[in-house]
Design a protein. Sequence first.
Length: 176
Amino acid sequence: MSEAEPNFEALLLTLVKHDVRFVLIGAFAAALHGWNQPTEDVDITPDRDALNLVRLAEALEDLQAMVKRDDGTIDTDATFDDQLLRLQDRWLFATKFGDLDIVSDPAGFVGYATLLDGATQEEIGSAKVTVASLDAVIQSKEAVGRAKDRAVLPALRRLLAEQRRARSPRESNEPR
């Protein structure tokens, strides 16, 4: 759409205002866990419940979403609705607030419910969203196996190890 700076907070707030149930995945989820690399889009896995997909389609209309091809160009002939959203596993959209990728079954997972284990609720501005665990982000990037995902895995694994060390109880000097 426009070349303006993305406003992912506004994008997520639009989804939340439409009561869309989703889990935030991918690089944006990793960033919320402390990863310090930029991301070009927001990736989500929606609940595929029929009513939720109706709400998602309505939110996409409000976002002025346009279907993108894998090469990044806009497909001016492509349409979408709740039924089409159900039939296709992956959608790429350009919206007025930035790019949105919808992945119904991210690599290594089978849908929305499988991502809830370990997920957290996070506030992004005034939007409260469900964010996949860093473990889940890593597992999905391992499973998808693309070069760009393999390239970031060492940094994500280091971040996860640092977080686990910080959470683990410190060794005490108390007698055993």
